[in-house]
Design a protein around this ligand. Structure first.
Ligand code: BES
Ligand code: ZN
Length: 631
């Protein structure tokens, strides 16, 4: 945050002035969260109690948040919380002896990305309390960046409205005033008041048998960082998948969801075998409407999932394996700041591939490894070198823009490299001891590195040196020793693309029915540059690519359609852009249209027609891809 950044600048200037040097750059502190205003070295929240009314007419949550806070610095007199667009009406300190003291509060300067720091003066009478409760009365704004209020027509059933949150990376502050940094963990409880016909669920102990009466109570006894606070309210019902697992969805999607995610219980059991005990009680999924901006979000006990996984053949459940794996990498051991995001996402991508291997087989896991490696290679062409490190310098900008395949795929490859060097048994033992050692803690890349050195590298120093590890963590690109994944089935699909382009095989001979959707995606990605419209038409007619109901095949195909200006498929492309709202699926298609030299205006037209149904996060990323300056 600018505020923190300036403080460090001042320190840097003082330090360098003493050394009689001109200041060049502020000192970068990898342990500091530049995306929060909170003064967490002085006060920390240990427990949060929410009491919120969900008002669909006003599109607002209103009520109170009570923080149980611990004073770490006995001289500190001001508490700074993160907020964005919150209407705070009353703040008081509640003392153990029952007294309630009104506290003065004001907002600091608003930052476009970080929101507004809420500065609370601790009343003098409560100066000596080390633990106290801070109660804030507040309401959210309809434009809260964390909450999407969907009118009934944008839900599957079209009868009831639905609301859901997306707190990662720094959106929790737009629905709760809090210390919005992954460095602080808190337990929480909540009372959520909704219209009586609707159900509320949270990233907490959802009771599948709860009575639907418009008042729901939650408890989250394990301490979590703020980005894992989550809520959804709608015409949502539950169906069990296994003893400890189940799925929530609108009734229209429930049966399809039960079929698609039938392997979830087994995933959980296998994950425990590989990574250690699951620490969170139940594991359920919530299938949201199409506007949910991500494939999945690992909200503890209740992953939020895009309906675009409902392909009817369980081919896209790698996303579920991924969100489940976050129950260890991310939710149990958490990145200290967004700069260390690879600790969450890279580790999770590695665990996801391991899970896919045991639940399905190595071929399937290898297909997915190759596809994500290919995406990484494309990204490495685009991402500036200083942002290609797994742990780069990250102290400005929007952490939502700090996404992409680097932390995911490069992180996964780094861990695969370590596995190969030390052998699976030794590496598995390392991984479970790591989860055990840092359970319910937040750690920086540097702490990971020290632990790795201590527990793994030093056991056999000749296999991997600290310098090699540092190259992965701090240098751009990929080291020469990168373990390049390979897949025989994907190779065959690629060979088929070349043979068909060379007219060595006829389109009718392409064995698409015997391929996995991943092989089909790879085939589409491998189409050579110089295909005539006529040949694309042939391909589409026989393979039915424009009509596919598999969202990943559609993504790969419509990117090609847009790049190659294959206008005959623009109508199904337009429909695709209206069917899905997940950023990964649609943003690259808009970008390809915008970049093909002719269709920027058409892309903007498609966007105008579809944007009302998109989530603000997706809307913003598409607007940027289309050069629209309202973002
Ligand atoms: N935690 C992420 C989603 C996220 C990342 C939200 C950063 C906000 C900021 C989630 O676990 C994720 O990685 N989702 C992927 C799944 C895929 C890699 C299997 C997605 O949405 O595509
Ligand atoms: Zn993830």
């Amino acid at each position: 945050m600018q505020f923190r950044f300036q403080m460090l600048m001042i320190t840097a200037i003082l330090v360098s002035a003493c050394a009689e040097q001109a200041p060049e750059m502020a000192v970068y502190d990898p342990a500091h969260d530049y995306f929060s205003f909170a003064n967490t070295e002085q006060f920390v929240t240990e427990h949060l109690a929410l009491d919120l009314t969900v008002d669909f007419d006003e599109e607002e949550l209103r009520g109170s948040a009570i923080h149980r806070m611990r004073r770490i610095d006995s001289d500190a007199t001001e508490i700074i919380l993160d907020t964005r667009d919150l209407d705070v009406t009353d703040v008081r300190v509640l003392l153990a002896d029952g007294r309630s003291l009104a506290a003065d509060f004001r907002f600091g300067e608003t930052d476009a990305i970080g929101g507004s720091p809420l500065i609370v003066s601790v009343p003098e009478d409560s100066d000596s309390a080390t633990v106290f409760r801070l109660k804030l009365q507040y309401a959210t704004n309809p434009d809260s960046t964390a909450l999407q209020w969907l009118p009934a027509k944008l839900t599957a059933g079209a009868k009831y409205p639905l609301m859901f949150s997306q707190s990662q990376a720094i959106h929790a502050r737009s629905w709760v005033p809090l210390q919005d940094t992954p460095a602080v963990r808190m337990t929480y409880e909540a009372i959520i008041r909704t219209p009586p016909e609707l159900l509320a669920v949270m990233s907490a102990n959802n009771d599948p048998l709860t009575a639907r009466r418009g008042e729901y109570r939650f408890e989250m006894p394990q301490p979590i960082p703020s980005y894992l606070l989550a809520i959804a309210v709608g015409n949502i019902f539950f169906a069990p998948l296994g003893e400890q697992t189940g799925v929530y969805a609108e009734p229209e999607l429930l049966e399809a969801s039960v079929f698609e995610f039938a392997d979830t219980q087994e995933m959980l059991e296998q994950a425990e075998g590989l990574f250690g005990p699951y620490q969170w009680g139940r594991y359920d999924l919530l299938v949201l409407p199409p506007s949910f901006p991500y494939g999945g979000m690992e909200n503890p006990r209740l992953s939020f999932i895009t309906p675009s996984l409902l392909a009817g053949d369980r081919s896209l459940v790698g996303v579920v394996a991924h969100e489940l794996a976050h129950s260890w990498s991310g939710n149990l051991v958490t990145n200290a700041t967004w700069r260390d995001q690879w600790l969450n996402e890279g580790m999770t991508s590695y665990l996801e591939s391991r899970l896919m291997e045991v639940i399905y087989d190595k071929d399937r896991a290898d297909e997915e490894r190759v596809l994500s490696y290919q995406e990484l290679l494309l990204d490495l062409d685009e991402v500036p070198p200083e942002m290609q490190a797994l742990a780069p310098r990250l102290d400005s900008g929007d952490p939502d823009d700090f996404q992409g395949t680097i932390h995911y795929s490069k992180g996964q490859l780094f861990l695969q490299y370590l596995e190969n060097a030390y052998g699976r048994d030794a590496f598995d033992a390392f991984i479970s001891s790591y989860f055990d050692a840092f359970a319910f803690q937040t750690i920086t890349t540097e702490r990971f590195l020290d632990y790795l050195e201590d527990k793994l590298l030093q056991s056999e120093p000749s296999r991997v040196s600290r310098a090699e590890v540092e190259q992965w963590l701090y240098q751009p690109g990929l080291p020469e020793t990168v373990p390049v994944p390979s897949s025989a089935t994907l190779d065959a699909a690629q060979a088929m693309a070349a043979a068909w382009a060379d007219e060595k095989v006829d389109v009718a001979e392409i064995p698409i029915d015997s391929w996995s959707p991943q092989a089909t995606v790879h085939f589409i990605n491998s189409l050579t540059a110089d295909l005539s419209q006529q040949r694309l038409a042939e391909l589409d007619a026989l393979l039915g690519l424009s009509d596919t109901r598999n969202a990943e095949i559609g993504r790969a195909w419509f990117i090609q359609v847009a790049r190659r200006r294959y206008e005959a498929a623009y109508e199904p492309l337009r429909q695709y852009l209206n069917r899905y709202g997940r950023g990964r699926l649609i943003t690259p298609i808009y970008a390809a249209l915008a970049q093909n030299g002719s269709d920027l205006y058409r892309a903007r037209e498609f966007f105008e027609q579809a944007r009302a149904a998109y989530h603000p996060i997706t809307e913003a990323s598409i607007a940027r891809a289309l050069g629209l300056d309202d973002y």
